[in-house]
Design a protein around this ligand. Structure first.
Ligand code: FRU
Length: 477
């Protein structure tokens, strides 16, 4: 779908927008699809003060469809601009979708790398070892809004021969003066891995090495991201095909990371155990970037493919999925911790501090709640419908009544110090122990907004105002 075809359909989008705007489940302080469907955050970067948040986007359909690259910008994470979509699937190498990718800033230019998806339908294909192309494409922009040309860097012929046709989601990192691109891949033997390509000039790339694990971590690794923090190397990936193991890997697909012992020059890498970034239900395709203050910021898709739970309530209203809140990553004892950006404190309007444990308190639909001095037994009931408990060192989130198929998620936690909740009209983000453990979920409740909490010392309840989104004015194009 080219830019011109997109504009031709714009009235369809305005019709959908009317439905979206009336939806009570619409989120008030999360980035969601303006209309239609959104999935992975892409191309995250801060350029000349502006944070660019691109995303996988099908504006005319709230279910899976032809992907283009949607675009929001912000300077402060409170006021956002909805921009024109940035990349359209308009050439032979990306004709069936502009798939995920990333941004890399060098010398006042942003280099974007993404996957051009091509699907054949002239015959019967399994679409794993045949029937598709996943082309790696590069473009360069001087401002984050325009680019000159799409340059094809790799086609499937450039990937190792033992790889299937699933190789995608490029992300570039600079190390020791060289550039390395990571790509998520599935081998013909159904093993997930990451391919690394090397460049000295960001223009020509050579295959360098692969990172995988001796353990069984699934058949495909999507959306890789490689970065160093506090002297450690982290590889974020989304493995598909990992079996649930007790309370581990309860989601259908995983979103987490390896701490790696990487000697990139000598092409050797040993991955530590896989650690989940989030315990569900709606989390996938995390991507990070370093902002101009040096913070490593993480955004994820608040959704997941192929789950047996649904978002039918919003699909009926012309949209589906959102991004998580933006978070800052830090490292503590070799582990990644996630905390929402401090800018989000600006959303707070009213504050109440309480110790009340025997009464249901009314709260705003959009609230942040910080519960401190947690005891060995905790019980929190949100909106009379969602329950969070901590009993015998097991944390349980129960969404059964409002989850549309989402039931329980469990985490074994030796000690809970504090819990921070971000509640929006149909989403809940839970941060335990200052972001040591995180759960992110959608829910579709019917009750009034309330909280009843037991097993803590103090609870601070903040009412939150919504983000300000300046919608793109299509009347002027
Ligand atoms: C992850 C993913 C990526 C792909 C994109 C397509 O959610 O499957 O691997 O590039 O979504 O939308």
């Amino acid at each position: 779908m080219s830019y011109d075809e997109y504009l031709k359909n714009i009235t369809k989008r305005s019709e959908l927008k009317k439905l979206v705007d009336k939806d009570p489940y619409r989120l008030s302080y999360h980035l969601m699809a303006p209309t239609g469907w959104l999935n992975d955050p892409n191309g995250l970067c801060q350029f000349k003060g502006v944070h660019h948040i691109y995303f996988q986007y099908t504006p005319f359909s709230a279910t899976w469809g032809m992907k283009m690259c949607g675009h929001y910008t912000t300077k402060d994470f409170i006021h956002y601009n909805e921009e024109l979509p940035f990349i359209f699937p308009d050439n032979r190498y990306d004709k069936d979708g502009v798939y995920s990718g990333s941004a890399f800033i060098k010398n006042d230019e942003i280099h974007y790398f993404y996957t051009g998806n091509v699907k054949y339908n002239d015959s019967e294909y399994n679409y794993i070892s045949d029937g598709r192309e996943q082309n790696t494409i590069q473009l360069v922009s001087k401002d984050g809004y325009h680019y000159d040309a799409k340059k094809i860097i790799f086609t499937n012929d450039d990937y190792p021969k033992d790889c299937s046709k699933h190789v995608r989601d490029p992300k570039v990192v600079e190390k020791n003066g060289n550039y390395y691109m990571v790509l998520g891949a599935r081998t013909l033997e159904d093993k997930g891995c990451v391919l690394l390509y090397k460049s000295t000039d960001l223009a020509t790339w050579q295959y360098h090495m692969r990172i995988d694990s001796d353990m069984d971590y699934g058949y495909m690794w999507e959306c890789p991201d490689l970065f160093d923090m506090d002297g450690e190397t982290f590889l974020l990936v989304c493995p598909q095909g990992m079996a649930q193991d007790g309370y581990k890997y309860q989601n259908i697909y995983q979103c987490g990371y390896f701490k790696c012992d990487l000697d990139i020059e000598n092409k050797s890498c040993t991955c530590g155990p896989f650690i989940e970034l989030d315990y569900g239900f709606d989390i996938y395709a995390s991507q990070t970037y370093q902002d101009e203050k040096g913070r490593r910021i993480l955004l994820s898709w608040m959704g997941i493919p192929d789950a047996d739970y649904d978002n039918d309530c919003t699909v009926e209203n012309g949209w589906q999925h959102a991004l998580t809140l933006p978070k800052q990553l830090t490292v503590k004892e070799g582990k990644l911790y996630q905390q929402t950006l401090e800018e989000l404190k600006e959303l707070r309007t009213n504050t109440i501090k309480t110790q009340c444990q025997n009464e249901t308190l009314e709260i705003a639909k959009a609230s942040e709640i910080f519960i401190e001095g947690c005891m060995d037994e905790i019980s929190i009931v949100i909106h009379n419908e969602i329950s969070l408990t901590y009993h015998k060192q097991l944390f349980t989130l129960n969404l059964e009544k409002v989850g549309h198929g989402r039931n329980q998620r469990y985490i074994e936690i030796p000690k809970i110090e504090n819990i921070r909740l971000f509640i929006d009209n149909s989403s809940l983000e839970i941060f335990i122990n200052n972001g040591e453990f995180v759960l992110t979920s959608r829910f579709y409740g019917k009750e009034n907004s309330s909280i009843l909490a037991r097993g803590y010392e103090t609870m601070t309840i903040y009412s939150l105002k919504g983000y300000m989104i300046n919608e793109y004015d299509y009347t002027c194009v």
